[in-house]
Design a protein. Structure first.
Length: 124
């Protein structure tokens, strides 16, 4: 008998709790890796071990927690780095010649890169 697998990862994607994610991001041909070795770990620990973000559909609570921890960590040295631009801000500024918006981590008005991240900036 096989053990129940708790975690699946999609290379370059997210960690899921199910072979077929109900979020719909996994297709028939999507490559999935099962992680029986992570069965005993909590979702946040498993994510840290693999180095991929948790799927927001499979781990709604934990995914949010990880995001906040990442934002707090990014702020540790006095700079915000790799802060993701919330989609509601992105929708408003995407067509600007030089997009910028309010960083959710520190409240500064910051330039936004083409990758949808706030540029690294010092916290006020
Ligand atoms: Zn999922
Ligand atoms: Zn900031």
């Amino acid at each position: 008998m096989h053990n129940q697998i708790r975690y699946y990862s999609v290379p370059g994607g997210h960690i899921h709790s199910n072979f077929t994610c109900r979020g719909g991001s996994i297709g028939v041909f999507t490559q999935r890796i099962s992680h029986p070795e992570l069965n005993s770990l909590s979702p946040t620990k498993a994510a840290a071990r693999i180095g991929l973000p948790l799927c927001g559909h499979c781990f709604p609570g934990e995914a949010e927690q990880v995001k906040q921890q990442a934002a707090a960590k990014a702020a540790d040295d006095g700079y915000c780095t790799q802060v993701h631009v919330p989609s509601e801000i992105m929708a408003k500024v995407a067509r600007l010649y030089r997009p910028h918006g309010e960083c959710p981590a520190c409240g500064r008005d910051v330039a936004i890169s083409k990758l949808g991240k706030f540029r690294k900036h010092k916290r006020p």
